[in-house]
Design a protein around this ligand. Sequence first.
Ligand SMILES: C[S@@+](CC[C@H](N)C(=O)[O-])C[C@H]1O[C@@H](n2cnc3c(N)ncnc32)[C@H](O)[C@@H]1O
Length: 255
Amino acid sequence: MNPHDESQSFRCVRADAREPGGYRQVLGETKAAFLHTDPPYCLLTRRRKGGDLRDPREHKKIDRNPIVRFETVRDYRAFTEAWMTRAVAHLTPEAPLAIWTNLLGKEPILATARALGFGHLRGEYVWGKRTTDKNANEQLLRVYEVALVLSRTPAPEPRLEDPPTTWAVVGGYDDDSEAARWGNHPHHKPFSVLEPLVRTWSRPGDWVLDPFAGSGSMPAAALRLGRKAACLEVEPEWAERVARRLRETAPPANQ
Ligand SMILES: C[S@@+](CC[C@H](N)C(=O)[O-])C[C@H]1O[C@@H](n2cnc3c(N)ncnc32)[C@H](O)[C@@H]1O
């Protein structure tokens, strides 16, 4: 893949999102118009009550575990500052951010974004994940992760012709069987969950940046909606899977 071939609709490399190299490789001088990403969640190495070490094996759902743990919330903030500072340098001035997080990660992400000039929280996009917990009359939804949507400028006054902005969606972990197909990454997101975010916060033809691609749900959704996808992933095995997934998703003329 030639990373500077302008006809390409995606560029994905194995790189650390805290370092400048990967961004330069996938974007060069091009600026992305939307940052849509799912960084490692704020999961701590020790239980908050009692301070015992958690057993990493209890989270091992796949052949290689991409879950990162942090000693403290402060360490998570330092991690967030390191990657976000790099990522926002590759965005257009108007580009919004949509950053997925678990509940504990919200404050560090908001504080870091604010310090980098993204002082306007446009909203919190909630995924109500269907659980198997149901009876004849009710179905339980679990909210484990949300996407924080941030911008440098406040929301404009809504115009009469504007479509409504979607702030919540309900879906199962793998409604379209894409997770099973692409390695069952524990933080896979189905297309139906990502589609409203991509449609609302970017336009066809825009570059969408994801520095934490995992199994590639975000860049794949961008491609399916006629955007271009630039992404990084630090684990070689996952980076390879993403590249394969994007080759299969992109229109043949743009590969
Ligand atoms: C929450 S997951 C992303 C899941 C993805 N949205 C999906 O649908 O599969 C975070 C990913 O970031 C990767 N990662 C962790 N630290 C990283 C770093 N410093 N730079 C780049 N990627 C990293 C992990 O390997 C993991 O795959």
